[in-house]
Design a protein around this ligand. Structure first.
Ligand SMILES: [Zn+2]
Length: 439
C-alpha cells in the first residue's frame, strides 16, 4: 500500500547560498528571500522562492506555517562531536591527554550499558535539535551498543546523521579498549546494519593515532576503502604534546597526517578533527586528497589547544574542505551560533582575514554540507534538497532586540545572532519536512 504524500509549507524570510563566500564577495554568495515560501513533499523541498510565485503550487489541503519575524535557514551541520561526552562537558582544568584520561575515558566506559547509552543518545539528540543542528558527524564509544543506541534514536527522529564506533586498541583503560580484529569485526557488522539505512551513514572511527596500533589503523584503512561511500573520522594535530607523542610512536612517518595516509585513511569523506598543527606540505596533501578538516573553536580554546588558521586552510590556492565542529565534551556548547562566535574570535587571533558573518553561516550550513560531501542532499534551501530547516528568532533576548533594531543589513543581523545568540534563538527546527522542535 502506498502512503499518501505528505506536504508542508513554510512562509517567512529565508536565507540560503548561491556560492562560496570564501571565494566570492560574501554578500554575493548569500541569497535573501524577504517574503519566501518553501514547499515540501515527503521530506524533500519541491519549490522555494518569493511567496507570491510559489503560493499557486501549495496543495489546497496543505497548511502554511508562517514565521513572520524570523529567519529560515538550512539546518545547522556539526562536523565533529562526541555524544557520550555530553555528561562531562565543562570539566575543569586539563589539557587534551590528561582530560581524556581523567574525564572522558571513565565517562565512555559507562556506555557498555545500552540503557545508559540510549538515555544519553536521547538527551543528546534533543539538545542538538534545540540548537537547530540537523546533521552531525558523531563519535560513539568503543562499545557497538553505543552505536546502535545512537542510530536507533536518529532513525526515530528521521535525522541525517553520520556516526561510528570508536576504535581504540592501546593507551587506554581496559573498559574502553578493543582489539584490531574485534574492532574491525564490530565495525563491519555495524556498517551492514546502519550504513545507508534510511538517512543514517557510517564513519569508520579510529579515535586518533595514539590510541590505535599501526595494525588497527591499517585495518581501519582497509575498511574505509572497502566501499566508496563510507566516511572516516579521527583526530589530527590538535595539541603540540599529542603531535610529539605521535612522532615518537611512529618514527618512520614524515608527519602526523602521513601516519593516517600510509594507513589508507586520507581521501574523500575522511573527516579530521582540528588540524591545528599542519605544515604547508600537509595542507597540500589534504587539498589533493580532498579530505576535510573540522574546525572546533570552542574546544580549542577550552583545552588551550591552539589557534586554527581558517583562512590559510581555505586559501584559494589550495583550498581544503572545512566545516565547523562543536567537539562536545571538549567544546563548551552544542550551539553552532556559539561556535561561529568563537570561530570569529579565533580568526582574529590567527591574524589576517576576519571571519565574515556570511562566511560563518556558510560554514555552518552549505559549507558544512560540502565538508561532508553531502551538498547534494543538505545545507541549502533548494528544490530536490532534504527539508532540514532551522528557524532563527533575532529578537529572542532583550539584548538582541536592542542590537538588531539598528541593523541595516542581513549580514549585520546574522553577525549579532552569532555573537549574542544561543538555543533561545532557535524558534523551531524541522527535520525531513516535519517540525521536531519548537519554542
Ligand atoms: Zn573530538
Amino acid at each position: 500500500m502506498t502512503q499518501p504524500s505528505r506536504h508542508a509549507a513554510l512562509r517567512g524570510c529565508f536565507i540560503t547560498f548561491r556560492g562560496n563566500p570564501f571565494t566570492m564577495p560574501p554578500e554575493d554568495a548569500l541569497h535573501v528571500e524577504e517574503d519566501g515560501l518553501i514547499l515540501i513533499r515527503d521530506g524533500i523541498i519541491t519549490h522555494c522562492g518569493p511567496y507570491t510565485q510559489v503560493r499557486p503550487f501549495v496543495p489546497h489541503n496543505c497548511p502554511i506555517t508562517h514565521y513572520p519575524d524570523s529567519i529560515i535557514t538550512a539546518g545547522f551541520i556539526d562536523t565533529h562531536v562526541h555524544y557520550p561526552q555530553m555528561p562531562v562537558i565543562a570539566s575543569w582544568g586539563e589539557e587534551l591527554l590528561a582530560w581524556l584520561k581523567h574525564y572522558v575515558f571513565p565517562a565512555e566506559a559507562r556506555f557498555e550499558d545500552k540503557a545508559l547509552a540510549q538515555a544519553v543518545a536521547r538527551n543528546f539528540m534533543t539538545e542538538l535539535l534545540r540548537n537547530g543542528t540537523t546533521t552531525a558527524a558523531v563519535y560513539c564509544t568503543v562499545h557497538p551498543q553505543s552505536v546502535d543506541a545512537f542510530f536507533e534514536e536518529s532513525s526515530r527522529l528521521g535525522t541525517r546523521m553520520i556516526a561510528g564506533k570508536v576504535l581504540m586498541d592501546r593507551n587506554a583503560p581496559d573498559a574502553v579498549r578493543d582489539t584490531a580484529q574485534q574492532g574491525y569485526a564490530d565495525s563491519v557488522a555495524l556498517i551492514d546494519r546502519w550504513h545507508q539505512n534510511g538517512r543514517q551513514l557510517y564513519a569508520v572511527t579510529p579515535r586518533f593515532a595514539i590510541t590505535s596500533t599501526p595494525e588497527q589503523l591499517e585495518m581501519a584503512g582497509a575498511l574505509f576503502k572497502s566501499r566508496n561511500d563510507l566516511f572516516m573520522q579521527t583526530h589530527l594535530a590538535e595539541t603540540q604534546q599529542e603531535c610529539a607523542d605521535v612522532a615518537t610512536l611512529f618514527p618512520n612517518r614524515s608527519s602526523y597526517l602521513d601516519v593516517y595516509d600510509k594507513a589508507g585513511l586520507v581521501g574523500p569523506r575522511a573527516l579530521f578533527g582540528h588540524g591545528i598543527y599542519l605544515n604547508e606540505h600537509d595542507l597540500q596533501r589534504c587539498h589533493t586528497a580532498d579530505c576535510t578538516l573540522c574546525h572546533c573553536p570552542t574546544s580549542n580554546l577550552f583545552l588551550g589547544s591552539g589557534i586554527f588558521r581558517l583562512f590559510d586552510v581555505t586559501s584559494k590556492t589550495r583550498p581544503v574542505r572545512t566545516g565547523l565542529g562543536t567537539d562536545v565534551g571538549a567544546g563548551t556548547s552544542l550551539s553552532l551560533l556559539a561556535t561561529m562566535a568563537e570561530a570569529y574570535k579565533v580568526s582574529l587571533l590567527a591574524g589576517g582575514a576576519k571571519l565574515h558573518a556570511i562566511q560563518a553561516f556558510w560554514l555552518a550550513t552549505a559549507g558544512g554540507a560540502q565538508a561532508l560531501h553531502l551538498a547534494d542532499k543538505i545545507g541549502t534551501i533548494a528544490p530536490g534538497l532534504e527539508a532540514d530547516l532551522c528557524i532563527l528568532n533575532p529578537n529572542a533576548t532583550p539584548l538582541l532586540t536592542q542590537r538588531v533594531k539598528t541593523s541595516n543589513s542581513m549580514a549585520d543581523v546574522l553577525f549579532a545572532l552569532m555573537m549574542l545568540g544561543d538555543d533561545r534563538c532557535i524558534q523551531a527546527t524541522w527535520v525531513h519536512g516535519t517540525c521536531v522542535h519548537e519554542i
